[in-house]
Design a protein around this ligand. Sequence first.
Ligand SMILES: C[S@@+](CC[C@H](N)C(=O)[O-])C[C@H]1O[C@@H](n2cnc3c(N)ncnc32)[C@H](O)[C@@H]1O
Length: 263
Amino acid sequence: MMDEQDWTVFKQKLKQRTEIDLDLYKEPQMKRRIGNLVTRAGFDSYTGYFDDAAKDKDAFAAFIEYLTINVSEFFRTPEKFGKLETDVIPDLLKRSQKLNIWSAGCSIGAEPYSLAIILKEMTPNVRHRILATDLDVEIIAKAKRGEYTGNEIKSMSDARKKKYFDVIGDDRFAVKNDIKSCIEFKRHNLLKDPFEKGFDLILCRNVVIYFTEEAKEELYANFFKALKPGGILFVGATEAILNFRKLGYTSFQPFFYQRPLES
Ligand SMILES: C[S@@+](CC[C@H](N)C(=O)[O-])C[C@H]1O[C@@H](n2cnc3c(N)ncnc32)[C@H](O)[C@@H]1O
């Protein structure tokens, strides 16, 4: 039976095995999403589904992938990536020659690799640091491999595809090593693990959709502390932070929030 007790036990099991705490995610959405999966797989309880999936490594990985929603693409919302090139990165470079950047919730790696491409073109001789993290270990492994289908890199210009990817098979493309070596991939849970400090730029895009309001507010407060004064937080195209002033940020541009220099 998919009742409250079943849900509670399911949450406990999930937390024990993966450290994912569903209490920090919006409950109706998570219940609906997981419930659909459970029913489609032919189970009548969350725990029944969990116990079965937990027996098989691949089935469990697919479940976590479904749960964490890894959809991503290179240069997602291209006009915002354009702002990074024309406005945000030039502003940051006025204060630090070498940038310290964090792509938080990086999924398949499209976001940090897109950044590495931009930085390579803007500052060819500088080695910036790009940290890229995600909760899902399988997706981090995929990101590290840096191999994509034509569909996954479709938003990129042909010139960039040619310059930054090797063709490794039929409809298979691999990020070249000079771009790959710019990124440091790591598993990190934004709702649990400690944050590094001293970032010039943090990207956290399309990650918080299912977080509760409280979890989101705490996350944005933690990002504030993790940014250098003058540093910028870049969020997803539907994720404007309404109470950014209360959290201490100023608005650099829509979807870009700055920690004031004098803070
Ligand atoms: C939709 S993808 C976004 C990828 C990329 N930022 C973009 O905008 O295309 C969301 C990612 O957030 C990750 N995620 C969800 N909850 C997380 C958490 N608590 N800590 C770290 N990553 C999380 C998921 O694993 C998933 O890969």
